[in-house]
Design a protein around this ligand. Structure first.
Ligand code: M6R
Length: 364
């Protein structure tokens, strides 16, 4: 039940610190400060290529995982939306691991892609929230998320739990490949353990974001920008807004703006910029300034340092805790979820059951 919440989506957004902690607890060994995965009867250390396949929000979790796995473990990762993967005759070589990500474990396109990979000799890993689902049963390596039932059609807590599992997987692959030593692993574990507290800090901005939603609700189009592992978060922010508020939104890699979408910018287009301070910050901010110079109204989501440096002249800012780049995508998921949620509330749409959408897409 919804308890004190107005909608399931809201309840599920607020459950994230708890369910992410719950999920992480089965992937972290506190005593040894190490990352651990469930049993499998193949050698994960021998995997030389990973193919990630998923749909919608689960696909964006996969995009983040590509950054992490390539950065930490140096294993090449291909990623596709399931509906494209199935029909493009992908090259699947022996020794490959195919990784499927799904809340429901029943999405028709993802399931068909899984069967295709199985028939083509790939080892199957599945990140799934429903342990009794079809995908869970097909897995050689089952990586469960412990988000609990997700009722809202817009996926929220399943997404952050998927990211938690994928961060653990990336770290484990890095250890197995000799790319991460004990000290680095301990460091990653420390950051993962801090994640629930950081999610709480992000959730504390709920009221402020509810106010801000009044500035976004009248817009016809909204753009989301991010770079690196935060680029998929821009896509996720745009998807959430589209799904539940019916406002047209696009996520772009910040550096792509000048290759086309900047033509859309005027003072009626809010631009949500996801830019944690760090190595990519200056680059993203310079793209943000290009938007501002054309009258674009910017909402900057960053930490205190980033906001102090670039917040001036923005329509609004949302201050996230300062976090390690590894957990930034989990933490930055919260403000984009809350923004979509509150804009939908302002517009009075059916948040939990948006028009034309089903929770689980079991037909092609
Ligand atoms: O159950 P799955 O994770 O396989 O579902 C995939 C998508 O249908 C799903 O993420 C969809 O995009 C959500 N409505 C997003 O909020």
């Amino acid at each position: 039940e919804k308890g004190n919440y107005r909608h399931f989506m809201q309840k599920e957004i607020f459950e994230q610190p708890t369910v992410v902690a719950q999920t992480l607890s089965s992937y972290i060994r506190q005593v040894t400060q190490s990352v651990t995965l469930p049993q499998m009867d193949f050698d994960l250390g021998q995997v030389n290529r990973i193919t990630v396949v998923a749909c919608g929000t689960s696909y964006y979790a996969g995009m983040v995982a590509k950054y992490w796995i390539e950065t930490f473990a140096r294993i090449p990762v291909d990623i596709d939306v399931a509906s494209e993967f199935r029909y493009r005759d992908p090259v699947l070589e022996p020794g490959g691991l195919a990784l499927f990500i799904s809340q429901s474990g029943e999405t028709a396109d993802t399931l068909a892609a899984l069967k295709h990979c199985k028939a083509n000799g790939q080892t199957i890993a599945v990140v799934v929230n429903v342990p009794t689902s079809t995908m869970a049963r097909e897995a050689d390596l089952l990586l469960p998320t412990h988000a609990g039932p997700e009722i809202g059609v817009a996926s929220t807590k399943a997404f952050t739990c998927q990211l938690a599992v994928l961060a653990a997987l990336a770290a484990r692959l890095a250890v197995l490949r000799g790319r991460m030593d004990r000290a680095e692993e301990t460091e990653v574990v420390r950051h993962l353990v801090e994640t629930p507290a950081c999610l709480n800090a992000a959730l504390a901005h709920d009221d402020e974001i509810a106010q801000m939603a009044h500035l976004i609700a009248p817009a016809r189009d909204v753009l989301y920008l991010g770079r690196g592992p935060d680029f998929p978060l821009a896509l996720e922010g745009a998807l959430k807004l589209k799904e539940i508020s019916y406002i047209h939104a696009e996520g772009y890699a910040s550096g792509e703006m000048k290759h086309g979408p900047i033509a859309l910018i005027d003072d009626a287009v809010p631009v949500i910029v996801l830019a944690p301070s760090g190595p990519l910050f200056e680059k993203t901010v310079s793209n943000m300034q290009e938007v501002r110079a054309r009258g674009g109204k910017v909402v900057l989501i960053s930490d205190a340092e980033g906001i102090a440096e670039a917040g001036e002249g923005c329509m609004a800012t949302i201050e996230m805790p300062k976090v390690h780049p590894l957990i930034a995508p989990l933490v930055y998921a919260v403000p984009v979820q809350l923004l979509a949620y509150h804009v939908a509330c302002v517009k009075g749409t059916d948040v939990d059951q948006p028009r034309n959408l089903a929770k689980s897409v079991t037909v092609e």
